[in-house]
Ligand binder design. Structure first.
Ligand code: NAP
Length: 333
């Protein structure tokens, strides 16, 4: 099989990309309880970019095959895995040291795969295991807290978009934060009413007013760095900020310590894998059914900007980092 090979991590993404190549590898053989998947599509996510730069919490042995999620067809099963899975489509999430979804085949444990409903579009299935569950898990925090409104940054990205749809279903208002005027205009055109540009000089005071007007007491922060301070400082007392991404690449700063102490504010991390471990028996399957139905109906959708062949992987990543808000790129071996 052919696979993308990352020869070494490099903090400088362009240098990391320069070294990437395609190599022939033996097709892996599924062991007990495992299945062989012929990958049909695999996205590039911010976590993949962090991985290539050596800055993610997963570091594979180098040279490594990148790619954590994808979707494909089951072509062979190991002992103990049901034969009738052959020919079925699955989404998978793999952090295995020796494998990656940016390849023609991958072996996965059944537990790391989601059996797809027949009508689930394959491009949507490729991006199904991470962002939709993240949006669901985050949004559930708003329901638990009884929030009337939430704040989210990176609002032109795909998690932001999914959260907006889930919030609309539950009539919870969203204050969307973007950093480019073009995305502010796009969200207005989509009918969003509460949008702020974090580069505006009055951003902090505008957010202060908006958060109080809408009684927003929960914020989903994908950016980190100094902006986390700005967000938590202007939020009303008893607010929570959930940090789930580090897109700024910076440590948290600018946090008003006295505000956190006396206004009883909370800053907390969210990690999808940890959230999944909190689910009760059968709950993940129920959520998966619910989310797949929303994707099949078209209520939820991940924007895909373009698809690339395995050999075009560098071109694809360049397209993605050049315009992350335009949607995911898919690698289609
Ligand atoms: N904790 C978890 O378990 C978990 C799970 C899934 C995703 N995540 C994280 O969620 C975040 C969003 O993922 P996604 O798939 O939605 O990303 P995405 O679709 O690629 O979109 C990223 C968005 O972030 C914006 N952005 C990029 N760098 C930024 C910066 N420095 N400051 C402000 N905005 C910035 C981009 O806007 P521009 O056009 O302005 O660049 C774009 O709209 C990522 O950090 C990802 O790692 C975390």
């Amino acid at each position: 099989m052919k696979a993308v090979i990352l020869p070494d991590y490099n903090q400088n993404l362009i240098r990391a990309l320069v070294g990437m190549r395609i190599e022939e590898k033996p097709i892996p053989i599924p062991q007990k309880g495992e299945i062989l998947i012929k990958i049909k599509a695999a996205p590039c996510n911010p976590s993949d970019i962090a991985f290539l730069r050596g800055g993610y919490n997963i570091r594979k042995t180098i040279p490594a095959i990148p790619g954590f999620e994808g979707a494909g067809e089951v072509t062979f099963v190991g002992p103990g895995a049901p034969n009738d899975l052959i020919g079925k489509l699955v989404s998978c999430f793999i952090q295995d040291d020796k494998q990656g979804t940016w390849s023609e085949y991958i072996v996965a444990k059944l537990d790391d795969c989601i059996l797809l409903k027949e009508k689930m579009p394959i491009d949507q299935a490729a991006c199904f295991t991470v962002n939709p569950f993240t949006a669901y898990g985050l949004f559930n925090l708003a329901k638990v807290k009884g929030s009337k409104a939430i704040i989210q940054n990176a609002a032109a990205g795909q998690v932001g978009k999914l959260i907006r749809v889930l919030a609309k279903q539950d009539k919870i208002k969203v204050i969307n934060i973007v950093r480019k005027e073009e995305h502010l205009k796009e969200l207005i055109a989509e009918g969003e009413k509460n949008i702020l540009n974090s580069t505006d000089k009055n951003f902090a005071s505008s957010l202060h007013l908006k958060a109080r007007e809408l009684e927003a007491n929960l914020c989903f922060d994908a950016v980190g760095g100094e902006v986390t301070g700005t967000l938590i400082n202007v939020m009303p007392p008893h607010s929570d900020l959930i940090l789930y991404g580090g897109l700024s690449g910076q440590d948290l700063s600018n946090i008003d310590a006295l505000g956190v102490i006396f206004d009883k504010k909370v800053i907390k991390g969210f990690n999808l894998m940890d959230w999944m471990n909190t689910l009760e028996e059968g709950e993940f399957e129920d959520i998966s059914e619910y989310l797949q139905d929303l994707f099949i109906k078209g209520t939820l959708k991940t924007d895909i900007q373009e698809s690339f062949k395995l050999i075009e992987v560098v071109k694809g990543i360049r397209a993605y980092i050049g315009n992350m808000s335009a949607g995911k790129i898919l690698i289609k071996p």
